[in-house]
Ligand binder design. Sequence first.
Ligand code: SF4
Ligand code: SF4
Length: 393
Amino acid sequence: MSTDVDANAFPPAATDGLVMGKDGMAALVDVLIGRGFTVIGPTVRDSAIVLAELRSADELPYGWGVELEAGRYRLRERSDGAAFANAAGPQSWKSFLHPARVREWSADRVEGELVLTADQAAPSRYAFLGVRPCDLRAIAIQDRVLTGGAYRDPVYAGRRSGALLIAVECTEPGATCFCVSMGTGPAAGPGYDLVMTEVVDEDGHRFWIRGGSQEGAEILAELPGRPADPETRETARAGVTAAADRMGRTMPEADLRELMAGTLDAPRWDDVAGRCLTCGNCTMVCPTCFCTTTEDVTDLTGDHAERWRLWDSCFDLDFSHLHGGPVRASSRSRYRQWMTHKLGTWHDQFGSSGCVGCGRCIVWCPVGIDITEEAAALHDWTRSGASDDGAAS
Ligand code: SF4
Ligand code: SF4
């Protein structure tokens, strides 16, 4: 959805929503495909829960959970058959809204003349099924970054404008999740077209689904189910509240923006630089990182050339290359740039934190660097008084 919707505009039955079983989930995917959407959702592939096109709800990861730790991701089977009791996987929705590779234009030499062709492939109308609350916020942040300023990214805007967002509230956080600290979950915030909470108990496996936009309400009206009963609603809400109480990680209770600004000379940056490989994995998996670079390629004949836009990373040495060399030559300066931007200067640029607490950068860091642990170390340093004693390097 692209605009906020007044929930009071919907009849009570629509806002209270439906309770549906797995047949309702199957119907939801069928209805979305019938309406012309390309449905993207979680599915098991290559020993991970990835985001991919779904042709039926049978492809959802029913009965699969994940074990997450710093530098570690493992699938595990679940006895309850739940589809969404698994935390964020290696991809985020930016893979579809802000793709890693986009051809911007191509050029051909035709009878001695240069012919330029813009790449104007019509974007699919996506339905994103299973958007976590942290990722819902991440999409809102990318909306602000990529379409909220003077320059509106046409690739992102084209894919985003028709996208339907179906959120899933979290009832089982991963060990690396810290959405509570960042105020982004585990309950869904605004911005969805439909929102679901999954419940599995002695009364069965079911989904409490509610509308959040006019289009969401119209889709809801096509689904099989029964009016949401108070018991299911209460169980669902209790599951989300319990998830908030057992978050895997927390950020230090401090103003993170001030913490970043006040620790630029902390010796901790040398410590983390000694571990960081500057591989850029953290930026690739982060749902809010948005930097890109441009690459021109030509074929061997020299008659055809293409311009591609590719994801880039502030961990790349060439990222800050200006005349004479890179501005951030050391891994210390590159890690510090990434983390202080995420938690600090992002506020100055875009009016919010750049971190939504999804924990992906912790899981997919090959050496297990943990942004919450680094923030806690910086916080401890300021509280120890070392920063006032000039102990900085
Ligand atoms: S923090 Fe980890 S994932 Fe990020 S660049 Fe360093 S080693 Fe790679
Ligand atoms: S910085 Fe890490 S935890 Fe925060 S949004 Fe990015 S990947 Fe998620």
